[in-house]
Design a binder for this molecule. Structure first.
Ligand code: ATP
Length: 266
């Protein structure tokens, strides 16, 4: 288990938003987190890296390779973020400062994580861009000179540059057109196969769950209502809410919803 969330609750002054949630991500797996809008998926993912808004607080345990991250000092967490645990957000535009070149962003990111050699930083930045199918030429450009899809791939390149062991992707493809989203998903799957990193993937897109996930958890009103292997949940959901969610998703073929063939089918 690379990540083990145990009885995590998140509170505002007025209410409990996430209520005693437990969730585990295994080494190297693709774990999808789906569920109702406002059920607390983003806040749960933010709590992992101590990124919660300041008006909220968390209780419980977030064990990353056995260490409770909720007890770590902010400085320790900053060092961990980007190196061991990386995030990809829906708002990838926000990851870039308008007046700094793409190369400048890659350089700064590595400096923050202690890489002192400018030669290594430059080489690694070029390799990172190439690994997501972008030309190192783009390092000279500014964020507004890239398309949305290119910018999202550049932000993914940054997130993967230091080979994190856990990648947290919060609706990483929601803002993209379907071809760009497909490219990003294929890229994540390929990087995962290459590096063996685990992915916690928050999404509303059941096509991505069906195609890429190993396991999934379903959230509703601050609680996890069902967790398990993809095929089991998609083909035999046990909770009524999961059933409704799957029924509401577009049906893609006559196969079972997980993509498996019915027993006895040709
Ligand atoms: N800083 C905050 N203070 C108080 N409540 C908040 C704060 N941030 C989010 N919330 C509330 O917490 C709940 C969970 O929000 P969260 O963003 O985690 O939902 P989500 O499941 O990711 O939704 P979506 O799928 O729409 O992105 C929502 O009701 C939201 O309004």
């Amino acid at each position: 288990m690379i990540l083990s969330i145990e009885e995590l609750s998140i509170f505002s002054q007025e209410r409990t938003i996430v209520d005693q949630v437990s969730l585990a991500v295994r080494k190297g797996e693709f774990m999808a987190l789906v569920g109702q809008s406002g059920s607390g998926k983003s806040l749960l993912s933010q709590a992992i890296g101590q990124l919660l808004p300041t008006n909220l607080r968390a209780s419980g345990r977030v064990l990353f390779e056995g260490n409770n991250l909720l007890e770590r000092k902010p400085k320790e967490i900053r060092a961990l973020r980007g190196r061991d645990i990386s995030y990809i957000f829906q708002d990838y535009q926000g990851a870039f400062t308008p007046f700094r070149s793409i190369g400048g962003h890659f350089d700064e990111y590595q400096k923050v994580h202690g890489e002192k050699s400018a030669t290594i930083r430059k080489k690694r930045a070029a390799e990172a861009l190439e690994s997501v199918g972008l030309s190192p030429e783009l390092l000279r450009r500014y964020p507004f000179q890239l398309s949305g899809g290119q910018l999202q791939r550049a932000s993914i390149a940054t997130s993967l540059m230091l080979s994190p062991r856990l990648l947290i992707a919060d609706e990483a493809t929601t803002a993209l057109d379907s071809m760009s989203a497909h490219r990003v998903m294929e890229l994540l799957a390929r990087k995962q196969a290459e590096t063996g990193c685990a992915i916690l993937f928050i999404t509303h897109d059941w096509r991505h769950v069906r195609r890429y996930a190993n396991r999934l958890s379903v959230m509703k009103e601050g609680q996890i209502v069902e967790s398990g292997g993809k095929h089991r949940i998609l083909d035999h959901p046990q909770h009524e809410y999961t059933r409704q969610l799957i029924e509401a998703a577009p049906v893609l073929s006559h196969e079972l919803k997980s993509g498996l063939k019915e027993v006895g089918a040709e």
